[in-house]
Design a protein around this ligand. Structure first.
Ligand code: ADP
Ligand code: MG
Ligand code: MG
Length: 874
C-alpha cells in the first residue's frame, strides 16, 4: 500500500520530491530538535493522483485520519472539540519554492461551535474571533475562489463604523459582526454556507491546495522559472501556534546572512500580535528583527540559537519563518534562501573561506546567469531619484535614451545617432526592427513571457514590461501623476529592478567587468574578491578551453583580457564591407581572368593586413579563420537601388551591375550560393584568402611572433567539397612555407551524419550550432524570434529558445554523433563549438559531457563560459 501521508518525524531535507521543500525542511528541523509544531505532510504523489483523476487516492482519507489523531495526541487537543479545539494550518509546498504562488489556509478547525471554546481556553475572546475572521476570509478566497476585495471592503466598513483605523483596533463585537458578514457574503456568492464541520473544512482545503498547483499564476511562474508542470505540490498540515495572542506574541521572517551582501548575522522583520500572512501583506509596519532582542530577549536568543543550528547544518544562507506564542518560539519554515547574484558569490566565497564548504562546492553555489547579471552596467541612482513606474524586470541592464513610441521612428532616430528606448503598450512582431534598434524596451502590459520580454532577453536588450502605472499612447505616455512624456524626452529604464525614471540616471560600469579587464582585486571590494575566488577554482577545474568569436584586433584583445585562449571563429565577411564593396562589384563584373586576378590582387593586400592585426592580437593562441560564407550578392547594391540608379545615372557599368544583381538574385539565399559552394564556384576567392592568411603568418613569424592560424571552411555538406578546398589550401600554404590546420564547420545536418567521411579531410571540426539549429528546425533565427516564438514557449513546444540553449535531444544529438564518428575515424580530431551556445551555461555542460575540446563565444561571455566549463567538471 502506498503511503501518502508522513509525520514530520519521518522525513528529511533530501525528500523534496515526495514531501515538497517545505515539508522536507519541516521534517529536517524536527529531526534537529528545533521547536516545530507537530504535523504531517501529504505527498506530492497524492497531489498528482488528484490532478490526474480529480479524486484524492482512496487510501488517503484513512491515512489522514491516522496522522491527524497522532497530531491531536501530540497537541493534546481534538479537531472540532467544542471546549478546547485543535486548529491546524493547511500549507502548500512544492519541490521548488514558488513564493506566494499557491495557497495556504490558517486556523482550520474554527466554527461557531469551537470559537467560544478557543476564547475560553486562551482567555482572549478577541483573539478567538480574530482567528475565526481570518479563517473565513482565507477559506473564501483560496478554497471558494471569491474575490478578495469583497472582504477587504467589509473590513473597511467595519473599521469606519467602529471609528478605528487599524485591523488590530477592532474589538470582539466588531469581529463577531465581521464573521457574520463574511459568512453571508459566502452564502450569497456561492449559494452554500461556510462549512461548520472542521473535518469538511480540512478536506476542502486540502483539495484546494492540490488545485492551486494549476492556478494561473502558479503555471506562469513555473514557465518563467522552468519548473516542470508535472511535479505537483505536497500539503502540510501543521498544528497552529498563535502570534496574535497579544503583545508578547508575534511573527516574523529571518535570514542567517544578509541576502544582499552575504554578511553573516541575523537579519529580518518582526511584527508583534500578528499571524503569518500579516508580515507579507504589509498591513502594518514591521520592526527590524534585532529590536525583538530588546522586547523579548529570551525568545530572541532562542531564535538566534535556532538560526545558528540551521546555518551550520545547511552550510548556507537559510531563510526562516517563525512565530512567538506568549514568549515561546516556534519554527514554521526554513529553506536555503533565495539571494541576489552578488550575494550568491559573496556567500559562496565566504563559506569557502570560513572552511564550511570546499572550493568545488562554492563553485556549484553560483550560476553563469548570475555572473552575467553582474557584468551589466548598473544605475547609480541618486538618493532622491524616484521611479515614475515600476514594472517587471524582464531583461537586465541599465538603459538611458529618448522615449520613442513607434518602431519605425525608433529605427530612424537610432540611425540618426540617438540612444532610444522603445515604449509600447505591448510589442508584436511588427515592432522587431525598432526593438533591435533600441537600447531598452519598455511596455505597460505583459509579464516575463510576453513578446517584449522574450525577444529582449534573446537579444540581450534591457527590458521592463508590464509597467501598468503608465498609460502608453501612439506618440506619448502619461504617468500616474499626470506627467506627459513625449517622443524625444529622456527616460531611464532599470532592467534589474523594473524601475522607470524620467530623465537621465547616471550609469556606473560593473566592478566585475573592471576586474576581468584588469585582473585587479581591490582591498575592500567583497564582491570582486568573491568572483576572483570562484573564477580561480573554475579555471583550475575546467577541461574545456574557452575561445572567443572575434573579427577585429580590438575584440580579440578584449577577449584575451577576459581569459580567452584563442579565437574560435573569426568571420571574414565584414572585411568586404565599406569601401571594399566596390572591389566585390568589380569581382562580380569581371569578364576576363586578368580582370578578376587584378581585383583579387588588390583584395589580397587588404586581407593580409586584416589577418596581421588579428593574429598578432592573439599571438601564441589559435585563431580559427572562416573563409567567406555569405552569398556575394549581399555585398552588392539592392535591386531597388541599382534599378533607380540605372534610370537616374545611366551608364554601361550600372547596366551591367543591374544585370548581375538580377542574375544573382536568390529566393532563399540562406540555402543558396554561399559557404563552400561559393568557394568552389569562384576558386580565386578562397585561394586569395588562404594566401593572405599564410603571408600574414609568415610576416609575423619573421618578426619573431607566434601566429597560429587555423583555416575553416564553412557550410560543408559533403566530404568531397572539403577535400577539394583542402588540397588547394595545403598547396598554397606549402608555397608560402606555412603550416596550419585545415578544418570545417559542422553546421549542416548532412555533414554531421557523414562526419566520419568528412573527418578524413579535416584537422578539426567546429560546430556551428546556430546554422545547425536553423537547419534542423527549419526556421531562421532572424525571422522567427519575434514572431511565433512567444506562442511556441506558451504552447510548450520548447521550454526556451533553441537558439539560446542548445536543443540537446535534437541538435545536440547531431553534435554527439558527429563528434563520436569523427573521432573514431581520426582520433586526434580537434573539436570545438562556435555558435552562440558556446556562451550558454546549460549548453556548455552538454559540450563538456560530449567531449569537445573548447567552446567559443562572444568576448563578453568568455568569463561566463569559463565559469560554466568549471562547473561542468565538479
Ligand atoms: P507561503 O509558502 O506562502 O510562505 P506558508 O504555508 O508558509 O505560505 O504560510 C503562510 C504564513 O502562515 C507563514 O508566515 C507561516 O509562518 C504562517 N503559518 C503557517 N502555518 C502556521 C501554523 N501552524 N501556525 C502559525 N502560523 C503558521
Ligand atoms: Mg512560508
Ligand atoms: Mg553558418
Amino acid at each position: 500500500m502506498t503511503t501518502y501521508a508522513y509525520d514530520f518525524s519521518f522525513g528529511d531535507k533530501d525528500q523534496k520530491d515526495l514531501l515538497g521543500g517545505k515539508g522536507a525542511n519541516l521534517a529536517e528541523m524536527t529531526k534537529l530538535g528545533l521547536p516545530v509544531p507537530p504535523g504531517f505532510t501529504i505527498t506530492t504523489e497524492a497531489c498528482r493522483h488528484y490532478l490526474s483523476t480529480g479524486e484524492p487516492p482512496a487510501e488517503l482519507s484513512e491515512q489522514v485520519r491516522e496522522r491527524l489523531s497522532a497530531l491531536e495526541t501530540a497537541m493534546g487537543r481534538r479537531l472540532g472539540a467544542a471546549e478546547d479545539p485543535l486548529l491546524v494550518s493547511v500549507r502548500s509546498g512544492a519541490k521548488f519554492s514558488m513564493p506566494g504562488m499557491m495557497d495556504t489556509v490558517l486556523n482550520v478547525g474554527l466554527c461557531d461551535a469551537t470559537v467560544e471554546g478557543l476564547a475560553q481556553q486562551s482567555g482572549d475572546s478577541r483573539f478567538a474571533w480574530d482567528s475565526y475572521r481570518r479563517l473565513v476570509q482565507m477559506f473564501a478566497k483560496t478554497v471558494l475562489g471569491l474575490p478578495g476585495d469583497v472582504f477587504e471592503e467589509a473590513i473597511d466598513d467595519a473599521k469606519e463604523r467602529a471609528g478605528v483605523s487599524a485591523d488590530v483596533d477592532l474589538d470582539t463585537d466588531a469581529l463577531r459582526d465581521l464573521v457574520k458578514r463574511f459568512k453571508e457574503l459566502i452564502t450569497t456568492h456561492t449559494g452554500h454556507d461556510f462549512p461548520q464541520d472542521p473535518h469538511e473544512q480540512l478536506w476542502q482545503t486540502i483539495e484546494a491546495v492540490f488545485r492551486s498547483w494549476n492556478s494561473e499564476r502558479a503555471v506562469l511562474y513555473r514557465r518563467t522559472e522552468r519548473i516542470p508542470d508535472e511535479l505537483g505540490t505536497a500539503v502540510n498540515i501543521v498544528g497552529m501556534v498563535f502570534g496574535n495572542l497579544g503583545s508578547d506574541s508575534g511573527t516574523g521572517v529571518a535570514f542567517t546572512r544578509d541576502p544582499a551582501t552575504g554578511r553573516r548575522g541575523a537579519y529580518g522583520d518582526y511584527l508583534a500580535n500578528a499571524q503569518g500572512e500579516d508580515v507579507v501583506a504589509g498591513i502594518r509596519n514591521t520592526i527590524p528583527l534585532h529590536r525583538l532582542g530588546e522586547t523579548d530577549p529570551n525568545a530572541y536568543n532562542a531564535l538566534l540559537r535556532a538560526m545558528d543550528t540551521l546555518e551550520s547544518h545547511y552550510r548556507d544562507l537559510c531563510d526562516i519563518e517563525f512565530t512567538i506564542e506568549r514568549g515561546k518560539l516556534w519554527m514554521l519554515q526554513t529553506r536555503v534562501g533565495k539571494r541576489t547574484a552578488a550575494a550568491a558569490f559573496t556567500i559562496a566565497a565566504a563559506l569557502c573561506e570560513e572552511g564550511v564548504i570546499s572550493a568545488d562546492e562554492a563553485l556549484t553555489r553560483v550560476s553563469g546567469e548570475q555572473l552575467s547579471r553582474l557584468m551589466f552596467p548598473t544605475f547609480d541612482a541618486p538618493e532622491d531619484a524616484t521611479p515614475v513606474a515600476t514594472g517587471v524586470p524582464a531583461a537586465p541592464g541599465a538603459a538611458v535614451g529618448v522615449a520613442v513610441f513607434d518602431s519605425r521612428r525608433a529605427v530612424e532616430r537610432a540611425a540618426a545617432g540617438d540612444a532610444v528606448v522603445l515604449v509600447r503598450r505591448e510589442t508584436n512582431p511588427d515592432d522587431l526592427p525598432g526593438m533591435i534598434a533600441a537600447q531598452g524596451i519598455l511596455t505597460s502590459r505583459g509579464g516575463k513571457t510576453s513578446h517584449a520580454a522574450v525577444v529582449a532577453r534573446g537579444m540581450g536588450t534591457t527590458c521592463v514590461c508590464g509597467a501598468d502605472e503608465l498609460t502608453v499612447g501612439a506618440d506619448s505616455m502619461r504617468t500616474s501623476d499626470g506627467t506627459v512624456i513625449n517622443e524625444g524626452d529622456v527616460i531611464s529604464v532599470d532592467g534589474d529592478t523594473g524601475a522607470v525614471y524620467v530623465g537621465e540616471v547616471p550609469v556606473k560600469p560593473s566592478p566585475v567587468v573592471s576586474y576581468f579587464e584588469t585582473g585587479e582585486v581591490g582591498e575592500d571590494d567583497a564582491l570582486v574578491h568573491a568572483v576572483d575566488v570562484i573564477m580561480r577554482r573554475a579555471d583550475g577545474a575546467r577541461r574545456l578551453a574557452v575561445r572567443a568569436n572575434a573579427d577585429t584586433g580590438e575584440d580579440a584583445a578584449r577577449a584575451r583580457r577576459f581569459g580567452a585562449t584563442g579565437i574560435g571563429l573569426c568571420r571574414t565577411e565584414h572585411m568586404f564591407l565599406g569601401d571594399r564593396r566596390q572591389l566585390v562589384e568589380r569581382l562580380v563584373l569581371a569578364t576576363s581572368d586578368e580582370d578578376r586576378d587584378a581585383v583579387l590582387g588588390e583584395l589580397l593586400v587588404l586581407q593580409r593586413d586584416d589577418f596581421v592585426e588579428i593574429l598578432s592580437a592573439m599571438d601564441g593562441y589559435p585563431v580559427t579563420i572562416r573563409l567567406l560564407d555569405p552569398p556575394l550578392h549581399e555585398f552588392l547594391p539592392s535591386l531597388v537601388d541599382i534599378s533607380v540608379k540605372a534610370v537616374t545615372e545611366p551608364s554601361e557599368q550600372t547596366e551591367e551591375l543591374l544585370a548581375a544583381v538580377r542574375r544573382m538574385h536568390e529566393q532563399n539565399p540562406m540555402l543558396g550560393l554561399r559557404g563552400v559552394r561559393l568557394g568552389l564556384m569562384i576558386p580565386g576567392l578562397y585561394r586569395m584568402q588562404v594566401r593572405a592568411i599564410a603571408q600574414a603568418a609568415a610576416r609575423l613569424r619573421a618578426d619573431g611572433g607566434d601566429p597560429r592560424p587555423e583555416i575553416m571552411v564553412p557550410l560543408v555538406a559533403a566530404a568531397r567539397e572539403l577535400a577539394i578546398v583542402r588540397e588547394w589550401t595545403k598547396s598554397i600554404l606549402d608555397e608560402e612555407g606555412i603550416d596550419a590546420p585545415v578544418g570545417t564547420m559542422i553546421e549542416v545536418p548532412r555533414a554531421a551524419m557523414t562526419a566520419a567521411e568528412i573527418a578524413e579531410h579535416a584537422d578539426f571540426f567546429s560546430f556551428g550550432t546556430n546554422d545547425l539549429t536553423q537547419m534542423s528546425w527549419a526556421f531562421s533565427r532572424d525571422d522567427v524570434e519575434g514572431s511565433f516564438f512567444s506562442e511556441y514557449l506558451e504552447l510548450g513546444v520548447f521550454p526556451v529558445s533553441p537558439f539560446a540553449e542548445l536543443d540537446t535531444s535534437g541538435v545536440g544529438r547531431l553534435v554527439a554523433i558527429a563528434s563520436d564518428e569523427g573521432r573514431e575515424r581520426r582520433p586526434e580530431l580537434h573539436l570545438g563549438v562556435c555558435g552562440e551556445h558556446g556562451g550558454d551555461p546549460h549548453s556548455i555542460r552538454f559540450f563538456h559531457e560530449t567531449g569537445l575540446d573548447y567552446v567559443s563565444c562572444s568576448p563578453f561571455r568568455v568569463p561566463v563560459a569559463r565559469l560554466s566549463a568549471g562547473q561542468a567538471v565538479v
